[in-house]
Unconditional design. Structure first.
Length: 171
C-alpha cells in the first residue's frame, strides 16, 4: 500500500522522499537528537538508512516514514512505524531541537496513531526509549502508552550499555 500524506491542525506529514534528505541528515548528525538514540552514524550509514526508508521503497515489512512539516512550512522532524505481526507496529520519531517543547511531538504522534489505525489497521503500538529520555517518556505517557518494562539488551551508546524502557499502546 503506497504511503499517503496526512495532516493535523498545525502539521503536515509527507511520505519520505529525496527532497527530505537535508532534514534526515540534519537529524542524524545532531548530537542532541541522537543522544538517546544511537551513536552518530557516518554519512554513508545515514545515506543507507535514508534510501531504505524512502516512501518509494516501502514494503509491508519495512519502516513507513513521514517528514513532519510545521505550519510555517519548516521541516522539523520525522516520524513513522515498522509494521509487525498481528496488527502491531514499533514506532519512532525524531524532532530537531529547536522545535522540541512546542507540542509538535504530541500532535504528530497522535496524528500518526490515528493514521496508522485508519489506513493500516494497526491496533497495537510499541516504542522503545533509552532510559533517561524523560521527554520521550512523557510524550508516550501523554498519548496513552503504558510502560511495560525496563531491559538491558547489550545495546551501547558512546561505548556505554544503556537500559531501554519498553512502552505499549493498544487501541
Amino acid at each position: 500500500m503506497p504511503l499517503a500524506s496526512f495532516k493535523s491542525p498545525r502539521l503536515e506529514h509527507q511520505p519520505l522522499r529525496q527532497a527530505h534528505w537535508p532534514l534526515f541528515v540534519a537529524l542524524h548528525q545532531n548530537q542532541e537528537v541522537m543522544r538517546y538514540v544511537a551513536d552518530v552514524p557516518s554519512y554513508a550509514q545515514i545515506k543507507e538508512r535514508f534510501e531504505a526508508r524512502l516512501a518509494s521503497q516501502a514494503t509491508a515489512d519495512s519502516w513507513h516514514i513521514w517528514a513532519i512539516i510545521n505550519e510555517d512550512g519548516q521541516e522539523i522532524g520525522v516520524t513513522g512505524f515498522l509494521p509487525q505481526e498481528r496488527q502491531g507496529a514499533e514506532l519512532g520519531f525524531l524532532l530537531l531541537p529547536e522545535y522540541q517543547g512546542r507540542g509538535y511531538g504530541q500532535e504528530s504522534l497522535q496524528a500518526l496513531l490515528t493514521h496508522g489505525e485508519r489506513r493500516f489497521a494497526i491496533a497495537q503500538y510499541r516504542a522503545t526509549v533509552t532510559a533517561g529520555n524523560l521527554a520521550s517518556r512523557a510524550l508516550l505517557l501523554k498519548c496513552g502508552f503504558i510502560q511495560l518494562a525496563s531491559a538491558r539488551n547489550g545495546y551501547c551508546i558512546d561505548g556505554v550499555e544503556v537500559e531501554d524502557w519498553l512502552f505499549q499502546l493498544s487501541l
